[in-house]
Design a protein around this ligand. Structure first.
Ligand code: SF4
Length: 470
């Protein structure tokens, strides 16, 4: 993933297990499969029926948890979270799951998404005397639940969920129950699986494969599952609305081996590449994809155009976060850490370089330059998604509008800035058709607000793009 240099970052992944003696270990492996959704921090909360236990910290899963810590987290149910911290939001207290203890028991929360009315609710809660300990939106939900404590817990949670707006996939856990909720538009992915007699919940189905679980179904928009030793119940806390799942999950975020809302991500990306080849053909000798997330689209482009797919770009897999990065001076001398162009493949060739998206344009410029330095005669850039012109308010850091190249420049200006011989993007219709196909694409339409500016929920006057949070 080149997200950190591209300026496109997923905010979180969540995973939960109910009814397994090794629930914390399974959650650890599940979170490991979701690591691409957040690398800044991770946490696991476990219940043994009597007490909630928490372990969390900054860093990657294998940096946060030791074997001893996992052994201490004994219990038959766990929820876990991996997070990407937005600006000014990276404090230890914001690492999830958040755990609140009271005389009546504990409540742990893990959230993927972003609430658009969090600031308004925070102001309201503080005005009523609540003291918020974190800058995380998730704590707002805990306070709303606490405020409705005169109600049975299930009702207090659905009451709280009815007050929040935006994108959320939630895992909540008490000593004896787990609650799994998806927002009324189902903006973020959330799936249910089973492992023998245990229930497993995950942001992405690739985590089910890792722990040997079987996919059962999606959590419907506006649905809350209540899981306990007595079984599983489904509650609807919002009337069904057309699902507007984040299209960027298919374009970039989810792993190619995941099925998002029943559709395989690799196959969807291949269709994006195929449609792109039909919409924006070019005379060229080879097609190459920017590893890893653009490979599937590049294969689709190659298959549809008849131009051979080649490994023109190679990713160095062993650049860890703690690896000493080269200075600007060494970078200018040609020390490249993440990607290399393969001279033997691209030299003297007209190359189609397929990428999944352009955010700031800096990465594309660097890669075009790299291909030309390796001898490519022409570089034609084909982007397997429409131009990103608007910020995301639903939990994806797409950078703010001022930094988005497509929000500030024409196609021709972008082509010049990145140094490509030609540049073309997939259309929104092409993206919708590639994901939903045929009849289904007429009925469906995921969220495409970062491309079109048509946000599926109300955006409140004080809604901040997560990236802008102080
Ligand atoms: S605005 Fe873009 S990134 Fe955000 S949820 Fe919608 S499609 Fe996804």
């Amino acid at each position: 993933m080149l997200g950190e240099i591209k300026g496109l970052n997923e905010e979180c992944g969540i995973f939960g297990v109910w009814g397994h003696p090794d629930s914390a270990q399974l959650t650890y492996y599940g979170l490991h499969a979701l690591q691409h959704r957040g690398q800044e921090g991770a946490g696991i909360v476990t219940t043994d029926g009597g007490q909630l236990k928490l372990a969390k910290g900054h860093g990657l899963i294998n940096e946060v948890f030791s074997e001893n810590q996992l052994e201490d987290l004994h219990g038959h149910a766990s929820i876990g979270h991996v997070r990407y911290a937005t600006a000014g939001d990276g404090g230890y207290e914001n690492i999830q799951p958040l755990l609140f203890r009271s005389q009546t028991g504990g409540l742990a929360l893990a959230h993927n998404g972003n609430l658009v009315n969090a600031q308004a609710l925070k102001n309201q809660l503080e005005g009523q005397g609540s003291i918020l300990q974190t800058t995380s939106d998730t704590e707002v939900v805990a306070h709303l639940i606490k405020r409705a404590r005169h109600l049975p817990l299930e009702q207090a949670i659905t009451e709280a969920l009815s007050m929040i707006k935006g994108a959320y996939a939630f895992l909540l856990m008490t000593e004896d129950r787990m609650f799994v909720a998806n927002d009324p538009r189902g903006l973020r992915p959330l799936s249910l699986g089973h492992l023998g007699g245990s229930w497993v919940v995950s942001s992405e189905t690739c985590a089910f494969d890792i722990v040997g679980a079987t996919y059962e179904r999606e959590i419907d928009p506006g649905e809350m599952l209540v899981i306990s030793d007595d079984g599983i119940d489904s509650i609807r806390f919002s009337a069904p609305i057309q699902r507007t799942l984040c299209s960027m999950e298919y374009v970039y975020f989810s792993r190619p081996d995941s099925n998002v809302d029943g559709k395989n991500v690799h196959a969807s990306r291949k269709r994006m590449g195929k449609t792109l080849a039909e919409e924006a053909p070019v005379d060229a000798d080879v097609v190459t994809g920017v590893p890893d997330s653009s490979i599937s689209a590049a294969i689709g482009y190659a298959e549809a155009s008849g131009i051979p797919y080649e490994l023109g770009l190679i990713k160095n897999r062993y650049v860890g976060r703690t690896f000493i990065q080269p200075s600007q001076e060494l970078r200018e001398q040609g020390v490249k850490m993440k990607l290399s162009a393969v001279r033997g493949i691209v030299e003297g060739k007209k190359v189609v370089m397929v990428d999944d998206s352009i955010v700031r344009g800096t990465t594309s410029r660097r890669i075009v330059k790299m291909l030309k330095e390796a001898g490519a005669k022409e570089v034609h850039v084909r982007i397997a998604s429409p131009p990103i012109k608007n910020p995301c308010y639903y939990g994806i850091d797409t950078s703010n509008s001022g930094e988005l190249i497509a929000a500030n420049h024409s196609l021709q200006e972008m082509e010049e800035q990145i140094g490509a011989d030609s540049l073309a993007f997939l259309t929104t219709e092409g993206l919708n058709e590639s994901i939903y196909q045929g009849e289904e694409s007429l009925k469906h339409g995921g969220c495409m607000a970062c491309f079109t500016g048509n946000y599926p929920t109300e955006i409140y006057p004080n809604t901040m793009h997560p990236y802008e949070k102080a």
